[in-house]
Design a protein around this ligand. Structure first.
Ligand SMILES: Nc1nc2c(ncn2[C@@H]2O[C@H](COP(=O)(O)OP(=O)(O)O)[C@@H](O)[C@H]2O)c(=O)[nH]1
Ligand SMILES: [Mg+2]
Length: 203
């Protein structure tokens, strides 16, 4: 599969700004600093389309990118970077605004194919578990991606991945995708899952 184009469309801070039309969407969500921007860049083979920030949590916006690929089911779609949660230093006023924005997005988008939930391979938090439970309660069964796996020691890796699976309360059949934006591990698997979701959702 080839990526023909990846273009930033807009940053939405209110639900009226979400794109109109009927293009399909894939949304990425996770704790601030989980590696979301890095993953989006690596997935799209772009160096800095989604900004990789050292001061996470400042942008509480829904960022929309338009992607076109050679896959017939994903020939054009929106990749949506949702605001990160769980960043303690974000001012309360900002935190209070992102909850409803995220909720509006997740409850309202009819062309949303799949939500991808990112968790850090080194620490899964209560908020990650709550987010997973909440997504399920609103009928989004997210694809779980475990980030920064290049940081795991080879001899701990299998056990750590098992523990993450367990601590998220996933069922035996639910796969998690180990991902590294540094080595590129997981990229093909993640694209494969997105293509599969798009194929299933095809009409
Ligand atoms: N070793 C390693 N570091 C990563 C990886 N992904 C992100 N990082 C680092 O983690 C920090 C946060 O990444 P960023 O993509 O900005 O996270 P975001 O806040 O979720 O968008 C940055 O310092 C990145 O360089 C990864 O796969 N491996
Ligand atoms: Mg980011």
């Amino acid at each position: 599969m080839k990526i023909f184009a990846a273009e930033f469309i807009k940053s939405c801070v209110a639900s009226e700004q979400f794109p109109s039309g009927d293009l399909r969407e894939v949304a990425f969500v996770g704790r601030s600093n989980v590696g979301k921007s890095s993953l989006i860049n690596s997935l799209l083979h772009r160096r800095d389309l989604a900004r990789v920030s050292r001061t996470p949590g400042k942008t509480q916006a829904v960022n929309v990118f338009l992607i076109s690929t050679s896959d017939p089911h994903l020939s054009q779609f929106y990749l949506v970077d949702l605001p990160g949660y769980g960043f303690a230093n974000v001012p309360k006023t900002v935190r209070m605004q992102w909850g409803p924005l995220l909720e509006h997005y997740l409850l309202g988008r009819t062309a949303l194919l799949r939500v991808v939930l990112l968790v850090d391979s080194r620490v899964v938090t209560d908020q990650d578990r709550q987010t997973l439970a909440w997504l399920r309660s609103i009928r989004h069964d997210p694809l779980v991606v475990v980030t920064k796996v290049d940081k795991l020691k080879a001899n701990e890796r299998a056990r750590t991945l098992r523990q993450i699976h367990q601590s998220l309360g996933l069922a035996g059949g639910d796969a998690v995708i180990p991902y590294s934006s540094v080595t590129g591990e997981g990229k093909d698997r993640l694209w494969g899952s997105l293509r599969e979701a798009a194929g299933r959702g095809a009409t």
